[in-house]
Design a binder for this molecule. Sequence first.
Ligand code: FES
Length: 653
Amino acid sequence: STDPLVVFTPSGKRGRFPKGTPVLTAARQLGVDLDSVCGGRGICSKCQITPSYGEFPKHGVTVREGALSEWNAVEQRYDDKRGLKPGRRLGCQATIQGDVVIDVPPESQVHRQVVRKAATARAIVMDPATRLYFVEVDEPDMHSPTGDLERLERALREQWQIDGVTADLTLLSKLQPTLRKGKWQVTVALYRDHAGGAARITEIWPGLHEGGLYGLAIDLGSTTIAAHLTDLDTGAVIASSGIMNPQIRFGEDLMSRVSYAMMNPGGDREMTAAVRDALNELTRAIAEEGAIDPALILETVFVCNPVMHHLLLGLDPVELGQAPFALATSDSVRLGALELGLDAMNPRARIYVLPCIAGHVGADAAAVALSEEPGKSEDLVLIVDVGTNAELLLGNKTRVLACSSPTGPAFEGAQISSGQRAAPGAIERVEIDPATKEPRFKVIGCDLWSTDPGFDAATATTGITGICGSGIIEAVAEMRIAGLVDASGLIGSAEQTGTPRSLPEGRTHSYLIHDASATGGPRITVTQGDIRAIQLAKSALYAGARLLMDEMGVDKVDRVVLAGAFGAHISTKHAMVLGMIPDAPLNKVTSAGNAAGTGARIALCNIASRTEIEKTVRQITKVETAIEPKFQEHFVAANAIPHKTDPFPELAR
Ligand code: FES
C-alpha cells in the first residue's frame, strides 16, 4: 500500500509520508513554513495546525476521521494549561495516519506577512535577524569534561543543525546560572549578520522563553526622533513614540550643527552624548508604553541623514560640511548597543544602521528606497521626502538617481511670520473663494471649517495659534488661484485685488487670513516675506527634481510619491499649483506616509532586506546639487508660480 498523502494549505505543498510521521516533520521536509521554537517538544505551541476533514476534489483527497493520530498526553497537558483553539493540533505531536489536508494558520508561519495600511504598499515578510531556539543541554560529567558553552553549542548543532555559535563575555557570565536554573533546558536568542551567516548568542533564558522578543525601528531626524517598538515574532508595532532631538540646542538645522562641531572643540562629542541620552530616554519610555521589559529589546535599526548618522556613531561630521562631502563610511553599520552607549535596551542588543547613499543623501533616503522600491517600478517615479532637506529619488527598473536639495525649514512652518509646527491650533487647510477673495480654513484638532456653524465654539478650547507647513502651502497656492498673488509671487494691493484683506505693510502687502486681535487672539497673515520663503523652498525642491530629470534625459515623470509626515498632509493639487513638484496627472501623485520609518521596520523585520538595500544603494547614481551649475539655473526658473517656462498641462485639466 502507498503512504498517506499530505497536502498543506495555503502553500499547496504536498507529499507522501509513512504512517506515524509527525506533521512538523512532514512540513519541514516539504519546506512548508511551520514555526517551532521548542524543536518539537510540545511546549512552545508555535507549531499549531488545523486538519480538515471531508472531500477535497481540488486536492484529489478524501480525509477521513483518524487521518491524524489521537490527541496525545502532551497535547492534553498543553490544552489543560493554556487551551488550544477548537480544531487545532500541535504539529509536532499529531502524526500522519491517512490522507490529510492540513492548514497552517498565519500565526504558525515563521515568514508571515505583516499587513500594511496602504494596499499598494510593499508587504513586510517576517524573517528577523534574531530568532529564538529552545535546547536541551547535556549535563556536565566528570568523565567528559567540557565547558557549558561547548555543550550548549553541541545541543544547537544536534537539535537545530546550527554550527559555530559565538557568545561574548557578558553572556558567558549568565550561562552557568541560567543552565542550572532551567534544569539544562534553555532558550537562546541567536542573531545573525546575514541570512545563513554565523550566529551569535545575544540572550539566554531558563526553560522556554515566552516573554517575547522586540526590536526598535528608529527614524533619527534632525528635529524629532521617532521610534516604533516592534514584536519580532509577529511584526506588530506595539508602541510608537517620539521625542525632540536635543541637538536642537546646538543648532536648528544640520549645517548649523556641523558648524558647531567645526567651531567648538569637542562639540561633536557633546552632540553625540546628547542624542544617545535621548535615545536611552526614548527606549525606556517606549518600553513602558508597550509594557515590556526593555531588556527584551534585542535589535535596533536606525535610519537617519548623514549628519545624524555621524553624530549617532560618534564620528566628527565636519567633512559633511564642505565639498566633496565625504562620509566616514557610506556602508551599513552593524554593532552592539553598548558601543553606542545605548544601555537602556538589552546590553547585547544588535544595532543596524542602514547605508547612506551619498554625503547629502542618507540612510533615511535609503530606507525610502527600501520601502518604495523605485528600482522595481515599471514606470518612472519621482519620490520626494520633504524635510529641512528634501531627498529625491527618480527611477524605474533600469536606473535610479538620487539627490538632496536644501529646501530649508519653510515647509515645516519655520521662517513663516505666523508659522508653527503641525500641532493642535495650527491652521492646516486654507481655501480662498476666487470671487469674493474670502478665506476659510481648518485648524488641527477641530473637524469644522472656519465658516461652519459652531466653529467658534469648537475652537474656543484649542484656540488658533498659527499656520503650519501644509497650511501655508495651501494659502499661497489658493492666493495664486484667486489672483491675490501674481506669477512672480507679488501680493497685490487692496485696489489691485479688490479685497480689504490685502493690507499694506511697508512697501509690500499682506493677506489677512484670521484676525482675533480685538479679543487678544492672534492675527494671522501671509506676508510678502512668507511668499518669498515658500518660493525659495519650492524652487529648491523643483530644481532638484529637474536636475534628476535632466540626468535621466526626460522632461516628465509618470508618477510622484510624496514621502514623510509632511507629504501625508499636503494637498497634491496645491503642491502642483505652486510648482513644488513637476507636472504629473493628479491621480498619479500619492502619499507614502512615513516611508523612511517603514523602511526601518522592513530592515528590522527581514534580514534579507538589509542585504538588498546594501546592494540597491550601490546601484543608485548620486547627483550632487551643490556643484551642478544647472541647479542654479533651474532654481531661478522655478521661482515663478508655478514656473517661468516649464508647462503644467495637467494643472489645466
Ligand atoms: Fe513547540 Fe510543537 S514545536 S509545541
